[in-house]
Design a protein around this ligand. Structure first.
Ligand code: URP
Ligand code: ZN
Ligand code: ZN
Length: 467
């Protein structure tokens, strides 16, 4: 099966050039000068990319399909969530499997395989959330790494649920160093946050905005500094997930300036939404519940700092932390008590659309756009070469990006299984016109065109940390 993407402009993390992209079955086999096409024979499928960009499929290295949280479960599963991802130009996700406290990581990983297998429409990998780093779980890490689960998330937040103490984090980092695995960190210090939450509730503050007011920026900055200090002591790299704020970013910058391998991702909600969204509307404070995620949305002046971080390579990745809950029945669990609003926002489908706005207004280049949405996560999380590039031998995960096509974002124009959109009515310019996953054309002109949908995605055994 031969596919040709013709007449497009290929954008990689480093280069921009006119080329035809030839695909044999699931792999890219040649990038050729379009003027030589006649000599190269024919293709079974031809995708016309004239006037458009040809970019590597997006990699969203932070999703939570079917995550149990706060008495409910994230509303997208591996079927609906990965289909939505593909419509937005993302062809790989890395989701978080969870070790339940008192149980093994093996059991957690098996549970996540069962959720994804036969359902995912695009390729997927797993990180493992470690809720305990005791001798037996530390022992388990090697087996997981051998199976391609090469990164672990630990939490300084959520006491009693996910929180692990510094000694456990440090032990896991040492072990990760031996194995070439990567520790990723949720770096808000949760113990004082819980006190602020209890105090706010006892004072009668119940509205969604108190989610932000009880999780101040300093809690994230301190956690970030502490995580980096632990990694420095353990002599290992560390990756901060969902970094939201200026002071946390400054901690990462200081570490990087000292030559430490500290990496960080931010998310579209921290670039495009703010604490004002959490306040809801006059007479409808509750609307803010749709914007409750953790770390919380910050005042809008943080946006410029994060964009600068992306431009200057202090932030390496934009992932989504896709963790949708419907307003009805799910976010509603926190009506009258902001601390019971399930944490998370939908986003897996809109990441590229939103970030392209950053290209259009000159905040980042097209090459940087490709780097932060695909190439850098592929490199950091052990997928590069197979994913994250337009290169001979790579998986043909390719998006044809039409920079002129408009789309209005909203719950009815998007595919995520959630009853609202944080970006309802926002017009974006630039959207995928075709999406290929391992050489198969799966989406064309906003229609799913592949024969199979559920279960066509494959589990990705990722490599160890290679940077
Ligand atoms: O609000 C969020 N981020 N929900 C998902 C859990 C996490 O901490 O990533
Ligand atoms: Zn987190
Ligand atoms: Zn998350």
């Amino acid at each position: 099966m031969r596919t040709l993407i013709k007449d497009g402009t290929v954008i990689t993390a480093s280069d921009t050039f006119a080329a035809d992209v030839w695909i044999e079955n699931s792999k890219i086999v040649a990038l050729t000068d379009p003027s030589q096409r006649a000599a190269l024979g024919t293709a079974d499928t031809v995708v016309d990319a004239k006037g458009q960009y040809v970019i590597p499929g997006g990699i969203d290295c932070h999703t939570h399909m079917e995550l149990p949280f706060g008495g409910t479960t994230a509303s997208d599963d591996f079927d609906t969530g990965t289909v939505a991802a593909a419509f937005g130009g993302t062809t790989t996700i890395v989701d978080f499997a969870i070790q339940s406290k008192g149980s093994s990581m093996r059991a957690g990983l098996d549970a996540w395989h069962a959720k994804a297998e036969g359902k995912a429409a695009i390729d997927y990998g797993f990180h493992m959330i470690m809720t305990e780093a005791n001798p037996s779980t530390l022992e388990e890490m090697a087996g997981l790494v051998r199976e391609g689960v090469t990164s672990f998330k630990m939490f300084m937040a959520y006491p009693g649920v996910f929180l692990v103490d510094d000694q456990q984090i440090f032990r896991a980092m040492l072990k990760a160093g031996e194995l070439g695995a990567l520790i990723t960190m949720h770096a808000e210090i949760g113990l004082p946050i819980d006190v602020l939450v209890q105090r706010a509730l006892s004072e009668g503050h119940t509205a969604p905005v108190y989610h932000a007011l009880t999780r101040p920026e300093v809690a994230e900055a301190t956690g970030t500094e502490r995580a980096i200090a632990l990694a420095e002591m353990a002599k290992v790299p560390v990756y901060m997930v969902h970094l939201s704020a200026q002071r946390a970013l400054e901690r990462v910058m200081e570490a990087r300036d000292r030559g430490l391998p500290a990496y960080a991702e931010t998310c579209p909600q921290y670039l495009f939404c703010s604490e004002d969204d959490l306040r809801g509307e006059p007479g409808n404070e509750w609307k803010g519940a749709g914007y409750v995620c953790t770390p919380p949305l910050r005042p809008a002046h943080h946006h410029d700092h994060l964009w600068r971080g992306l431009r200057n390579y202090d932030l390496q990745v934009v992932a989504t932390d896709h963790c949708p809950f419907c307003m009805k029945d799910q976010k509603e669990l926190g009506k009258g008590d902001f601390s019971k609003i399930p944490n998370g926002m939908p986003g897996v489908e809109t990441r590229l659309h939103l970030l392209w706005d950053g290209v259009r207004d000159g905040r980042i280049s097209m090459n940087r756009f490709v780097e932060i949405t695909s190439t850098a996560p592929a490199k950091i999380f052990g997928m590069y070469g197979k994913k994250g590039c337009i290169a001979v031998g790579a998986d043909a995960d390719v998006v044809v990006w039409d920079p002129a096509r408009e789309k209005v974002l909203g719950k009815d124009t998007l595919h995520m299984r959630v009853d609202y959109s944080p970006f309802e009515g926002r017009k974006v310019i630039g959207t995928p016109s075709a999406v290929l996953s391992r050489g198969e054309l799966i989406i064309q002109d906003d229609r799913w065109v592949a024969k199979k949908q559920q279960g066509r995605g494959q589990f990705l055994r990722r490599g160890t940390f290679g940077l």
